[in-house]
Design a protein around this ligand. Structure first.
Ligand code: MF3
Ligand code: CO
Ligand code: CO
Length: 264
């Protein structure tokens, strides 16, 4: 599929989704404390999405089994869970790290954003894991410029992560986003010969979800029995930060950083 270039108007429509996503993540993050369940965190998102007239695109996201889509408005992944954790009765406890991932849609456009937050006081190693993952995302965004190949940026994300003693997940990558949550191209956080074959050049009007997933141990992953939750095979901790951005004439415009769209 070709990469779909968005107009200024479409980018502003996406910023509306990004604004909603940013504020819901902030509200969920403020509620994170020992004792709260991940279902209660999802409930906050469900209510806020409804208030905003938006939907959470993970809800009913199809799987290979018919009539068994993803069951919640957000993905909430704890500790060794990397992505696609299902909100439920699990209670967070002091020292956990929790990833909150939401993809709101409103008026036919989407955005996709995620953060990993600490529950109370976490170990210095986990603090570093969260910090380096966020810095890897910020680094990638600071390097986005039209004319550049994504592979140049992907290599630097990987280098940032690995030189700090962590690893980049290979099975999941960022993606184009627009009228659909997942569009082409694939936006990896590492570079291999295989990835290089689907490399692409950044152009103004491209809208991308950039989302490094970083693990403190080995990078092998497993899927749990629920057919959704992805965990590290060695059960080491993971972190994940995601922003939706538009490539501009001279850099990048972050659509999920909480800046108000036109008309708000
Ligand atoms: N928000 C996820 C992403 O970053 C996708 C969630 S859809 C789900 O791409 F169904 F897998 F939950
Ligand atoms: Co996401
Ligand atoms: Co995404």
């Amino acid at each position: 599929m070709p990469i779909i270039i968005k107009s200024r108007h479409e980018i502003e429509m996406m910023r509306r989704c990004g604004y909603i996503g940013h504020h819901i993540l902030r509200k969920m993050a403020k509620a994170v404390r020992p004792g709260i369940t991940t279902a209660e965190l999802n409930q906050i998102a469900r209510i806020e999405l409804q208030k905003a007239g938006a939907i959470g695109l993970s809800k009913n996201y199809p799987t290979y089994k018919p009539n068994e889509g993803y069951p919640a408005e957000t993905c909430i992944s704890v500790n060794e869970e990397i992505v696609h954790g299902i909100p439920g009765p699990r209670r967070l406890k002091e020292g956990d790290v929790v990833t909150l991932d939401i993809a709101p849609a409103v008026d036919g456009y989407c955005a996709d954003t995620a953060i990993t937050v600490p529950v109370g006081t976490i170990s210095p190693e986990n603090e570093k894991l969260l910090r380096i993952t966020k810095e890897a995302l910020d680094l990638a965004l600071s390097l986005i410029k039209p004319g550049k190949l994504w592979s140049e940026i992907a290599r630097l994300i990987q280098h940032k992560v690995e030189s700090n003693g962590f690893n980049v997940v290979r099975e999941f990558v960022g993606h184009g986003v627009g009228k659909r949550m997942h569009e082409d191209p694939k936006v990896p956080n590492f570079m291999t010969a295989e990835q290089l074959r689907s490399d692409f050049k950044l152009r103004p009007g491209m809208t991308l979800a950039v989302e490094p997933m970083v693990v403190s141990g080995d990078r092998e992953v497993e899927q749990l029995e629920d057919n959704w939750t992805i965990v590290t095979a060695d059960r080491s901790f993971a972190a994940h930060f995601e922003h939706t951005v538009a490539v501009t004439e001279n850099g990048c415009d972050v659509l999920t950083d909480g800046r108000a769209p036109w008309g708000i």
